[in-house]
Ligand binder design. Structure first.
Ligand code: HEC
Length: 477
């Protein structure tokens, strides 16, 4: 086809130009690597390695290294020293995306130059407080999602595809538990957690968190995170009771962001998280269960002091909202506070202190950006929207968390252990008065870390995906 410059093409070109022009000054949707190339690379180098102006990769910042300082330099420039101001040319979302992008590159460069501890095949890791090694306890698993312990030391290992294994004195019991409910195993959904009640010894209750499937009125296959409890008798799942199932009308067909993780407090409640299922706006909608942390009595009844009880059409189990994908939930052993880790978009993985009725901001605000490098939401902060206690930008793909309560690593007691999938990191956080006062990267690169737990034997257990296994950290004298 030949392109002739008739009135139509001219009009088309004019509209296209107009659209580009309005986008530049208005809508925040320019991709960040492009922005850097077009506006910054000329002075700071294609790869940020430096050129006419300094490298941005060394992590050394003359004008301050926090987000606000970096944004300020980009926005207002340092004209006396040759750094032009970008306000007017770049919008605030784009300026923030550039900071996320710079952090990605700085971290990448640092990772290339650093040799990280790798506790495999009897390598001993010397960390700040303890020397340890990792020993494989169970392998040959298929996508294990968590680990929990019965009072007699037996280990429960749910696998996402639907098996619940019991590991007893060095052996996986066969067959796995029979007669479990039906799970919707799709994408990130399936059987996610099996958690014994704190009074298991006397009541035998075991709680399962899983993705429940159904066919909705439109005939679509849909699902939502659900909770049941039951008992195991002679290897069979029996006495099942539904603890939480959302109204069928709220089920979603998507295959991502199921959340899960369930914790008990010591006054008869359970807390559990449901991810937003890839439907960001749902996280702000109180008539939907996804993108929330929920609170119920252990038997599924709604506590009358839940924050949205009585609000018309609100799901009454909601405890807080605006949570993207809560893949970690833990109760502080001393204060009883509930902590949550939340897998963010590109950047902006969060650690939150979970409190009644609060809005944690997703998808209105985030410290990250869209996966495609465009800005997202309406910025990094907003009125009535909680900031995380800390965040990981670039993302580590944060997953399960656990406060260590054992006696094998005395200097780690009550520290928060944080896992990561994509970056395969295992981190130790010291928390004081709701702040992270110290953080240590203990190791990285032995597999995607799904969850971590303190064993009754005092060891720290770690659930790995790829390779699919459970390892434990043991102290070395
Ligand atoms: C005309 C050259 C030039 C361009 C184009 C330019 N910079 Fe700079 N930039 C500089 C110079 C020179 C400095 C050092 C300023 C100083 O020493 O105070 C600097 C400093 C910075 C700093 C602060 C470093 C510190 O140590 O605190 C950041 C961040 C930065 N630039 C980011 C960017 C980004 C992002 C862009 C593109 C939007 C960009 N720059 C475009 C020249 C440039």
């Amino acid at each position: 086809m030949r392109l002739s410059l008739n009135w139509f093409t001219i009009r088309f070109l004019m509209i296209a130009l107009l659209l580009c022009a309005t986008h530049t000054s208005g809508a925040a949707d320019r991709e960040v690597s492009r922005l850097f190339k077009d506006n910054c690379a000329g002075c700071h180098g294609d790869q940020m390695q430096g050129g006419q102006a300094k490298t941005l990769l060394d992590g050394v910042w003359k004008h301050g290294g926090d987000d606000a300082s970096l944004e300020n330099v980009i926005r207002n420039g340092v004209e006396a020293n040759g750094m032009p101001p970008w306000k007017g040319m770049l919008n605030e979302g784009e300026i923030h995306s550039l900071v996320v992008y710079i952090r990605e590159k700085v971290t990448e460069a640092k990772r290339k130059q650093t040799t990280y501890a790798k506790p495999v095949s009897d390598q001993i890791v010397t960390s700040e407080e303890h020397k340890f090694r990792a020993r494989t306890v169970v392998d040959g698993l298929s996508t294990p999602w968590s680990v929990a312990f019965l009072p007699d030391g037996r280990m429960l290992i749910p696998e996402l595809p639907g098996n619940l294994h019991i590991f007893d004195k060095g052996n996986l019991q066969t067959p796995p538990v029979q007669g479990l409910p039906k799970f919707r195993t799709i994408g990130q959904g399936g059987l996610m957690e099996a958690i014994p009640h704190p009074g298991y010894q006397t009541n035998g209750w075991l709680y399962l968190v899983f993705s429940d499937g159904a066919t909705n009125a439109a005939g679509e296959n849909v699902g939502m995170t659900a909770v049941v409890r039951g008992r195991i008798r002679d290897g069979q799942w029996v006495d099942e009771q539904t603890i939480f199932k959302a109204p069928l009308s709220t089920y979603r067909s998507t295959a991502v962001h199921f959340g899960s993780r369930l914790v008990f407090d010591n006054s008869g409640h359970i807390f559990f998280g449901i991810g937003e299922r890839g439907m960001g706006a749902d996280a702000q909608d109180l008539t939907r269960p996804n993108g929330k942390i929920h609170r119920l009595f252990e038997d599924g009844r709604i506590p009358s002091d839940n924050p949205f009880v009585g609000r018309s059409n609100a799901i009454p189990s909601i405890w807080c909202f605006g949570n993207r994908n809560p893949q970690g939930l833990a109760r502080h052993p001393v204060t009883g506070d509930i902590w949550e880790s939340e897998h963010g978009p590109r950047g902006g993985d969060e650690l939150n202190w979970i409190r009644k009725g609060l809005n944690y901001g997703w998808p209105l605000i985030t410290l990250g950006m869209n996966y495609d490098g465009t800005p997202m939401g309406k910025g990094t902060a907003g009125e009535g929207l909680e900031q995380p206690v800390t965040h990981w930008t670039p993302s580590i793909a944060v997953c399960g968390i656990n406060f260590y309560t054992g006696d094998k690593f005395p200097n780690w007691r009550n520290n928060l252990f944080v896992t990561s999938l994509a970056q395969e990191e295992y981190r130790r956080l010291v928390i004081d008065d709701h702040k992270v006062v110290h953080q240590e990267l203990l190791f990285r690169g032995i597999g995607r870390i799904r969850q971590t737990a303190t064993g009754p034997d005092g060891y720290l257990y770690i659930v790995l995906n790829k390779p699919d296994k459970v390892v434990r950290l043991e102290p070395v004298e």
